[in-house]
Design a protein around this ligand. Structure first.
Ligand code: SOE
Length: 394
């Protein structure tokens, strides 16, 4: 029986354009999804590089106007891989046209935009998804399963970090440093991931933020002009002018979860030497879990119910047997990488659209809005130097 296909239109041809193109082109080769994606249209502003991108990745059509993509009756799913400021207008147009929408994280650069995207999703029958890809590291998905199986008992203490290294002043002022486009800096870019991951693994919501600190260390950077063709800065040229950086380089905060667990979150672009290190520790009454993305195939587990003489940290290598997603890829102990988390997510999206249960839950706009509320509450806590209850940020 010929499988029903989903005509996908992807908006964005930079870093996420490549990650998503790879995921949509690979998912049908490694998984057996109930729906098969068709790489129908690639859309980006800079048409001169778009034709090459379309040919390289196998997109059937190239388009420079996202509005035309959202109105195209042939398109079933609009995949938003643009900078944050375009998430809302594209999602609103696509949902109004009845399209499924898969949007990159964070949901939006601001809470106001996120609220409007949630409203558009509520007013549409179409499903929505947000590419919080790290949920689909097999180790993070296993952590989710172990918590639900009660293996660490009641959660008492959560610690999460996302450490990057952009301390070099010569790094140019691209959109991630421009508050009008990104909304915030390390906070919405990095804390968004670890807030989502810890909410996902614990299954609990954050109810209060306190002690937040936001800081911008490098106050001015040289603006890049031109277009990013492929990589983050590929094809960009430095302008002659230095401009003010209008977002944070680091945001740290403390939090309390709904069940009373306490937590600390750290996101920074100033962790020199840490290029993309993130992870969490989740400590419960019966055990604990540790994840470090730099060792993304491994999950550390401590079983506090074991015979005391036998207690110790176990490192689980999450590429064997029944580990999440393992059977789609390679034989035991042959690792997968960052790109595969997107392919894993493309599979789960196609499952959700084809009436099959995803391997682990997918964040929709409603779920991602909860992460956006935490982001906003932390900014209020930093700005007003006070504790902020999430009930203050509806
Ligand atoms: C830049 O900080 C970035 O590309 C983030 O935007 C991604 O979400 C993260 O996965 C890698 O770093």
């Amino acid at each position: 029986m010929t499988k029903k296909t989903i005509n996908v239109a992807l908006i964005g041809q930079a870093f996420m354009g490549r990650a998503h193109s790879n995921a949509w082109s690979q998912v049908g080769r490694f998984f057996d999804p109930p729906r098969l994606p068709v790489l129908h249209t690639i859309c980006a502003r800079h048409g001169e590089t778009l034709k090459t991108f379309a040919e390289k990745w196998g997109w059937r059509k190239a388009e420079t106007q996202w509005e035309a993509v959202c109105a195209d009756p042939e398109i079933d799913l609009v995949d938003i891989g643009t900078p944050n400021d375009l998430h809302r207008p594209i999602a609103e147009a696509a949902l109004a046209a009845g399209k499924v929408v898969a949007c990159e994280k964070p949901l939006a650069g601001t809470l106001e935009d996120a609220r409007k995207m949630r409203a558009a999703a509520r007013n549409s029958k179409a499903k929505t998804f947000v590419w919080y890809c790290y949920r689909r590291c097999p180790a993070v998905a296993l952590a989710y399963q172990l918590v639900r199986a009660g293996r660490i008992g009641k959660i008492r203490h959560v610690r999460a970090v996302y450490l990057q290294s952009w301390a070099d002043q010569s790094i140019p002022l691209t959109w991630r440093f421009d508050g009008r486009i990104a909304g915030s800096g390390s906070h919405g870019d990095l804390n968004a991931h670890i807030i989502d991951m810890t909410r996902f693994v614990t299954g609990e919501e954050i109810v209060e933020i306190s002690g937040a600190i936001a800081e911008t260390f490098i106050k001015r950077r040289r603006r890049m002009v031109g277009q990013a063709a492929g990589g983050i800065a590929e094809g960009l040229t430095a302008s002659s002018r230095m401009e003010r950086v209008t977002v944070d380089d680091a945001v740290l905060f403390l939090a309390r979860f709904s069940t009373g667990a306490v937590a600390s979150f750290e996101a920074t672009r100033m962790a020199t030497g840490n290029l993309n290190r993130h992870g969490f520790e989740i400590n419960g009454t019966k055990g604990a879990l540790r994840f470090n993305f730099e060792r993304m195939m491994e999950l550390d587990f401590f079983d506090a119910t074991a015979d005391r003489a036998m207690q110790g940290w176990t490192t689980i290598y999450c590429q064997q047997g029944a580990h999440p997603y393992a059977s789609a890829w390679w034989p035991a102990a042959h690792p997968i990488g960052y790109e595969h988390t997107f392919t894993n997510m493309a599979y789960d999206i196609l499952c959700a659209l084809g009436g099959k249960k995803p391997i682990v839950p997918l964040p929709d706009f409603e779920d991602a809005y909860q992460t956006q509320r935490v982001l906003e509450a932390a900014l209020i806590s930093a700005r007003e130097r006070r504790a902020v209850k999430l009930s203050e940020v509806p």
